[in-house]
Every structure is written in structure tokens, then in C-alpha cells.
Design a protein around this ligand. Structure first.
Ligand code: ADP
Ligand code: ADP
Ligand code: MG
Length: 463
């Protein structure tokens, strides 16, 4: 529980430090302002002109441009929290959001980490342990293996699972640490290189295997749970439009999820949360096959990039609820009061060069025009004359729209995208416009293979 001095207009925290940057830092500052909570920003030397720095009530430079020296610098962040008198830290997504050590250090400093406990992050961040926990709780899990170190044992298990399969890093995330193996001939090489990659990327070379399911949709369920065991599921998001296992377009609801399947997936989600006594916002990721079987993939113990899609459909501010829950408030949203209204779509706007293998781009924005109108939302931290630094994630904004039906949402999104103008850096706006006209996307029947199939179609057309 939070000790001592709660303030704020709703008896919450009176000051929160945001341990992140970019659009998500801005998003969290907005939630705090609406709630009457003061904000403390931290920033790197490369981010002195960043929007989150000017928007926060107080800002502190904590180190050099590289994230290791700034946004991942736990000691510096905690020092600012203590000195500024912040009672809680919101970690956003990425960076320290799923770092159990950081959550534990916050607790030691008597600062509330806005998210689940260190133990919970550790338990669910270990993808192998999470699979075993969910299996035991009766949640269907992707067929696969436990952690295997020995290559001979792994090869034998691989043959039992069957090809294609995925070798996955236990500590993987952000689409990294995953390797697909199509045949036994490829196995030894893939297994060893997956281990090496996992070691260098996550400092942990433990891997396990999963059957590669195809064709499937990536369907994830958003949940909120408080400190008193109340859990509410805010429905699904479909995130099957992915490039290199990274999401590009998300929508809610999914056209593949019937009311019956939704009820089953929501039940599994609540079961998953209750099985671990989960606290705060979280996402349970599933794969859904064409026979409508669904399988647990992993649980993300943090705010998701695409949370706004759910906010637009259910009309609930997820970030504000994260803050309330962390402050010890009881969840007053009950399952029978969660309704999904119409359809929402999100396009991730990335500063990247689609013509050169999506290589990240940076530079100065010399003109920007943001679309508006009813139910159009652009979450960003860029502005006119802002220089996008080369050190961070290439996502520079998220365009989200909501409308009465999927068809109308697609139309609205296309209109909003065509209005969105960002000059000075390369970005993927036109790619989004193309995808929204792609018959496979329009039909709603697309799978996680969508981007690769599209690439192959284009290659054929151009040859
Ligand atoms: P989401 O479902 O929210 O998109 P992702 O897994 O794509 O989740 O990750 C969200 C953000 O966190 C991205 O910016 C991604 O680059 C970053 N991220 C996730 N996991 C890691 C990790 N292990 N190391 C570094 N960055 C990560
Ligand atoms: P991360 O932690 O990097 O987000 P995930 O385990 O969530 O890793 O997998 C990332 C993506 O890879 C999924 O969204 C899905 O598209 C694909 N994927 C993961 N596991 C499987 C599987 N067993 N079969 C088919 N595709 C998978
Ligand atoms: Mg995932």
C-alpha cells in the first residue's frame, strides 16, 4: 500500500514521475493533469527539446542520449523521484516497464510503482514459467516444450512437436528472441543461434519451443485488476498486422471474435489474472486459429502501446485507472458495465524508410498537420521544428479513429491518414493507406501472415 501523503483531487497521489519519453510520456502527463496530479519528467541530453519535458511541471536531465545512461538509469530516476517528492512512478511501456528489479527498488524507496509487483513481473516475464502457470490454471497454451538446454534433447523434442516451430527466448520481448525453424536440417543452427542471440539481447540464453501455428490471428485481451481481487476484462484487440513480429495496425473488436468466442476468451483472461493475483493493467496475448481455438502466448504486465484502441471502444481511460489502482482505489468498473461501442483502429506511424527495408529515419520535422474531427485521436510527441533523435524507438505517433462499424472506421482512418502531413523525415503513412485498401485487410480475414503475403504479392507484381 501507499504510505503517507496522498494528495490530488481524488485522494490519489499528488505527484507522479514519468519514467519514459515520447508519445507515451505525453499520454501519461495528460492523464495526470486531468486528475489534478503534478508531474515530474526525466530526460536524456538528446531529449532536452522533447514535448514531455516542456509539458511536465518539473523536468530533470538524468544522463546521456543512450538509454542505458538515462531512461534505464534506475539510480538516477529514483534519485529524482525522491528529491522531487514524487509518490509514484509510471514506467509507460518498453524501457523499465517490465523490469522486476526496478519495481523492487521503487518499493524499497517507498515509491509506488504503477504496475504489478516485482514478483509478478518476474513470474510472468519468464515466458516459460508463465506458460506453466497458465496451463495449471486451465488456460489453453500453445503446444510446446519447457526450457531445454541440451541440443540433442531439444532436437528430439522438436521432432515430437513437429515443424515448423519457433525457438523462443524465455526472457524475450518486443518481437526479439524468436526464431522460426522449418525443418530438422535447420534445427541445430537455429537453436544455437537463438540461444546466442537471447544471451546478447536479454542476458539470458534459456530458450523453449512452441509449435508454429498458422494461419492464426493475434488476439489480445485487455484487463484491469485492483489490489482487492476485482478483475474486469475490457475486450479484445486484434494485432495481426505485424512486420518482424512487431505490430503495425491494431483494431477492436476483431472481426473473427464472435460473442461466443469473446465470452470464452474473457473468461480465460479473468482466470489467468486471478490465478496469479494480478494487479493493475495487463494484457493476455492469444493466438486464434481458423477453428476458433485460442492459445495463450504471453502476458504483458504493463500498459500496451495499443491501449488507446480499447479506450476508444469502451470509453474507459486505462492510464487513469492504472493510477487509481496503484493508489489503492477499488475498481468501480464492473464487467456488466463494459460495452464495446463500434470499431476502433490504430495505425502506428513510424519514422522509417519503406523503400529501404524500413530502416529508421531521423531528422527535423519542418511541417506537420494533424488530422482532427469527431473520434480522431493522434497521440504523439512531435511538433513543428522538432528534431527526431536517432537513439530511440522509431514510432513517432499513433493515429486512432473510432466509428460505428468497421467499414466506417476504415474510411475514417483513410481520410485521417490522407490529411496527416509530416514533412522532413521519412515515415510509413502511405504504407498504412495501402494496407487499408488491401482486400485481405478489408475482408477482416487477414492473419499474422498478412504483411509477408503482401510483400510476396508485390514482389511478383514488380518482377
Ligand atoms: P506492444 O504490444 O505494447 O506493442 P511490444 O512487445 O511491441 O508490445 O513492446 C512495446 C515497446 O517496448 C516497444 O517500443 C518495444 O520496442 C519495447 N520493448 C519490448 N520488449 C523489449 C525488450 N525486451 N527490450 C527492449 N525493448 C522492448
Ligand atoms: P514478444 O514477447 O516479442 O511480443 P510473443 O511471444 O508475443 O513475443 O510473439 C510475438 C509474435 O510472434 C506474435 O504476436 C505472433 O505474431 C508470433 N508468434 C508467437 N508465437 C507464435 C506461435 N506459436 N505460432 C505462430 N506465431 C507465433
Ligand atoms: Mg507479445
Amino acid at each position: 500500500m501507499v504510505s503517507g501523503f496522498k494528495g490530488g483531487v481524488f485522494g490519489l497521489f499528488s505527484k507522479i514521475l514519468i519514467a519514459n519519453r515520447g508519445e507515451i510520456a505525453v499520454r501519461i502527463i495528460r492523464a495526470c493533469r486531468e486528475m489534478g496530479i503534478s508531474t515530474v519528467a526525466i530526460y536524456s541530453q538528446a531529449d532536452k527539446d522533447a514535448l514531455h519535458v516542456t509539458m511536465a511541471d518539473e523536468s530533470y536531465c538524468i544522463g546521456g542520449p543512450q538509454v542505458a545512461n538515462s531512461y534505464l538509469n534506475m539510480a538516477a530516476i529514483l534519485e529524482v523521484a525522491v528529491v522531487s517528492g514524487a509518490q509514484a512512478i509510471h514506467p509507460g511501456y518498453g524501457l523499465l516497464s517490465e523490469n522486476a528489479k526496478f519495481a523492487a527498488l521503487c518499493k524499497e524507496c517507498n515509491i509506488e510503482f504503477i504496475g504489478p509487483s516485482a514478483e509478478m513481473i518476474e513470474k510472468l516475464g519468464d515466458k516459460d514459467e508463465a506458460r506453466r502457470t497458465m496451463k495449471a490454471a486451465g488456460v489453453p497454451v500453445t503446444p510446446g516444450s519447457d526450457i531445454i538446454d541440451d541440443i540433442d534433447e531439444a532436437r528430439a523434442k522438436a521432432q515430437e512437436i513437429g515443424f515448423p516451430l519457433l525457438v523462443k527466448a524465455r526472457s524475450g520481448g518486443g518481437g526479439r528472441g524468436i526464431r522460426r525453424v522449418d525443418s530438422i536440417e535447420e534445427f541445430d543452427n537455429a537453436f544455437l543461434s537463438a540461444k546466442a542471440e537471447a544471451k546478447s539481447a536479454f542476458g539470458d540464453d534459456a530458450v523453449y519451443m512452441e509449435k508454429y501455428l498458422f494461419p492464426v490471428k493475434h488476439i489480445e485481451m485487455q484487463l484491469l485488476s485492483d489490489k482487492y481481487g476485482n478483475v474486469v476484462c475490457l475486450g479484445e484487440r486484434e494485432c495481426s498486422v505485424q512486420r518482424k513480429n512487431q505490430k503495425l495496425i491494431e483494431e477492436s473488436p476483431s472481426s473473427a471474435v464472435t460473442p461466443d468466442i469473446r465470452a470464452k476468451m474473457m473468461e480465460a483472461t479473468v482466470k489467468a489474472a486471478k490465478a496469479v493475483n494480478y494487479e493493475n493493467a495487463g494484457t493476455v496475448e492469444f493466438l486464434l486459429d481458423k477453428d476458433k481455438n485460442f492459445y495463450f502466448m504471453e502476458m504483458n504486465t504493463r500498459l500496451q502501446v495499443e491501449h488507446a484502441v480499447t479506450e476508444m471502444v469502451v470509453g474507459i481511460d486505462i492510464v487513469q485507472w492504472q493510477i487509481r489502482i496503484a493508489s489503492g482505489a477499488k475498481l468501480t468498473v464492473t464487467q456488466d458495465r463494459v460495452f464495446m461501442h463500434g470499431n476502433a483502429i490504430e495505425c502506428r506511424i513510424n519514422a522509417e524508410d519503406a523503400e529501404h527495408d524500413f530502416r529508421p529515419d531521423c531528422g527535423t520535422i519542418d511541417f506537420i498537420h494533424v488530422p482532427g474531427g469527431p473520434c480522431v485521436r493522434f497521440d504523439t510527441a512531435i511538433y513543428q521544428d522538432y528534431t527526431v533523435p536517432p537513439y530511440y524507438d522509431s514510432m513517432i505517433g499513433k493515429l486512432i479513429v473510432q466509428a460505428r462499424s468497421r467499414e466506417l472506421a476504415i474510411r475514417k482512418m483513410k481520410m485521417a491518414l490522407s490529411e496527416l502531413t509530416i514533412n522532413g523525415i521519412k515515415h510509413n503513412r502511405d504504407l498504412h493507406i495501402d494496407i487499408l485498401s488491401d482486400p485481405a485487410f478489408v475482408s477482416g480475414e487477414y492473419t499474422t501472415g498478412f504483411m509477408e503475403e503482401r510483400r510476396q504479392r508485390m514482389e511478383k507484381k514488380n518482377s
